[in-house]
Structure formats: C-alpha cells, structure tokens
Ligand binder design. Structure first.
Ligand SMILES: Cc1cc2nc3c(=O)[nH]c(=O)nc-3n(C[C@H](O)[C@H](O)[C@H](O)COP(=O)(O)O)c2cc1C
Length: 181
C-alpha cells in the first residue's frame, strides 16, 4: 500500500515529524511504500469560499494544492500529524484541511475508504486536555470528508524530539500503529 505522512509542523527536527516517521518506518518494514510530505514547504493559500469548485473540478487558486491533492489521491493510507497550537492544529495543517472543500464538491474525486491516522503532539502532559478537539476533528472534518479514521495518537508532554524519545508508552503506541498498517 501507499502511505503518505502529512506533517503540519514547521520544525523538521521536531516531535511531530519524528512520530510520523516512526510509524512510517514500521509500515516500511511491512513492505509498504511510504513517503513524507512537509506542509510547511508548500504554498497553500486559505480557501476563498469562491465556490469555483461547485461548478468546476478542482480549485481555482494558483498554489500547490493540486500537488497535495495528487499525493492524497494516490495514497491508500494517510497519516496527518500536527502540533497543538493554542488548543488547535497548526495554521499549516488548517490551511491544508480547509482546502478539502474542493474535494467535497468534486464529482470525480473523493476520500471514500481512504484510511487515516491522526497524530497530535502537545506540551501539556494531560492527553485528555484536547481530546474533545481531536474527536471533533475526527467526526466533523475527517469522517465528514469520508476518511476512515483508524487511529488517533495524542503525544502529550512533548516539546521536542528528545522529549518524545523519553516517552516509551507513546513510542510503543506509534510502533503498534505502524505494524498494524
Ligand atoms: C505557537 C505555539 C502554540 C502552542 N500552543 C500549545 C497549546 O495550546 N498546548 C500545548 O500543550 N502545547 C502548545 N504548544 C507546544 C507544541 O504543541 C509542542 O511543543 C509540540 O510538540 C511541537 O511539535 P513539534 O516538535 O513538531 O514542533 C505550542 C507551541 C507553539 C509554537
């Protein structure tokens, strides 16, 4: 299977990327084809709600979204990870997911049956603090868009890659998720 990790963290060497890569590595060990996509490297404009996509296929904005949609389209499985910023996903992640709108209106493209793993990293040590937010995203964003959300991993008490590598429980969960792909 083709598995793509989308990261909404601007820190290449941060905890979100490390966690996504860890899952991808396990999937690779199971002979899956994996790749990483760093949203911060792409030019993604905010959705203009122009509704061009209601009358036409795709999006009228001249940026990198078509490239990202191709990656999404070709993936059987996606891992979408974001650091928590003020209780929500990063701006990079939000720009990306708001632009699902043009897929929502597409007559030819959809996310039906595409499996998704959601990853959230946060400094707050309590994994329950933003749990309602991740459940909200699962239901009203990802499932609404027809993704099949198979797992949510909340990495709490993590501010850096070094912090992450001290959290055995989180690493074990990530490994189990990767091995299950
Ligand atoms: C602008 C900003 C806002 C943040 N807001 C929160 C927050 O509301 N709650 C929290 O637990 N951590 C917050 N953090 C910490 C990050 O979620 C945490 O450091 C995360 O692991 C960073 O992931 P990264 O290593 O991939 O960059 C914030 C960090 C930044 C830079």
């Amino acid at each position: 299977m083709k598995i793509v990790g989308f990261s909404g963290s601007p820190r290449k060497n941060g905890s979100t990327n490390a966690l996504i890569k860890r899952i991808l590595k396990k999937a690779e060990d199971n002979d899956h084809d994996t790749s990483m996509c760093y949203l911060n490297d792409f030019n993604i404009n905010p959705c203009q709600a122009c509704d061009y996509c209601k009358e036409n296929e795709g999006c009228d904005l001249d940026d990198d979204i078509n490239e990202l949609h191709k990656l999404l389209d070709n993936a059987d499985y996606v891992i979408i990870g974001s650091p928590i910023y003020y209780g929500e996903v990063s701006a990079q992640t939000k720009l990306f997911t708001d632009r699902f709108y043009s897929i929502f209106n597409s007559k030819t493209k959809n996310f039906k049956g595409k499996k998704a793993i959601l990853i959230y990293t946060q400094t707050n040590p309590d994994p329950k603090v933003y749990e309602a937010y991740s459940e909200h995203e699962k239901k009203y964003l990802y499932e609404f868009m027809d993704f099949d959300v198979v797992d949510i991993l909340i990495a709490a008490g993590v501010n850096s890659k070094d912090d992450l590598f001290e959290k055995e429980e989180i690493l074990n969960k990530a490994d189990a998720i990767g091995m299950n792909i």
